[in-house]
Write a protein that binds this ligand. Structure first.
Ligand SMILES: Cc1cc2nc3c(=O)[nH]c(=O)nc-3n(C[C@H](O)[C@H](O)[C@H](O)COP(=O)(O)O)c2cc1C
Length: 187
């Protein structure tokens, strides 16, 4: 075992260690306006129904589009899209058409009006499931109602944000421990 030398760490910076799920691109659409935002603060909440929670700050255009439409698409980019991920996360949809500015192609969803991003290997169509935490925490609980994934992508090199402009890329190293799992834990 490693003998760690843990020291005091600023509580406001723990995101560096807890945040790094894959960075996603959330698309939304309401009336004649569509938008994309970069999002790192999300969490799985339940398998079935398939629930995902996302923190979408109220200053973002996407917040209003998603609140009004009750829908979005969570698209998962890989490291080839790093420039778009950064540009989309540093601009607002009322100033620029982020789809055109970032040369992203869209495809229609089958359930929601928000578009899928063709350059992402996975796109999850979502409907707002519970908005009870939106007013106080900007926390949207979505149900994934339709999932589109390219099965050829075995080890997606997803981007993981650790704050201060730094990203990590998911590697291929795996450790198969399934024999040590209780059957009910292998859902
Ligand atoms: C790597 C990265 C992760 C981000 N994660 C979030 C997030 O989890 N929630 C959020 O509200 N904004 C997040 N942002 C900021 C939004 O993407 C940014 O405010 C964007 O301009 C919103 O676009 P919009 O106003 O067009 O909706 C992130 C930005 C970057 C670059």
């Amino acid at each position: 075992m490693t003998d760690y030398n843990k020291q005091n760490f600023p509580v406001e910076k723990v995101r560096k260690y807890l945040e790094p799920g894959p960075v996603v691109l959330v698309t939304s659409s309401w009336e004649n306006q569509s938008d994309i935002m970069t999002l790192g603060w999300h969490t799985i909440l339940e398998f079935s129904p398939s629930l995902v929670g996302c923190m979408i700050a109220s200053m973002n255009v996407s917040h209003d589009l998603i609140r009004n439409s009750g829908e979005c698409v969570i698209n998962v980019p890989t490291h080839e899209l790093i420039d778009q991920v950064v540009a989309i996360g540093n601009s607002h949809g009322d100033e620029v058409d982020k789809f055109a500015a970032n040369r992203l192609n869209i495809e229609p969803g089958s359930v929601v009006k928000a578009p899928l991003i063709a350059e992402c290997f996975a796109s999850f169509e979502c409907r707002l499931y519970d908005g009870a935490l939106v007013d106080n925490y900007n926390f949207f609980i979505f149900e994934v109602v339709k999932a589109h994934v390219d099965p050829q992508v075995a080890f997606p090199a997803t981007l993981h944000y650790t704050g201060e402009g730094l990203f990590r890329v998911m590697g291929e190293k795996t450790s198969d421990q399934h024999k040590k799992f209780k059957p009910e834990m292998l859902i």
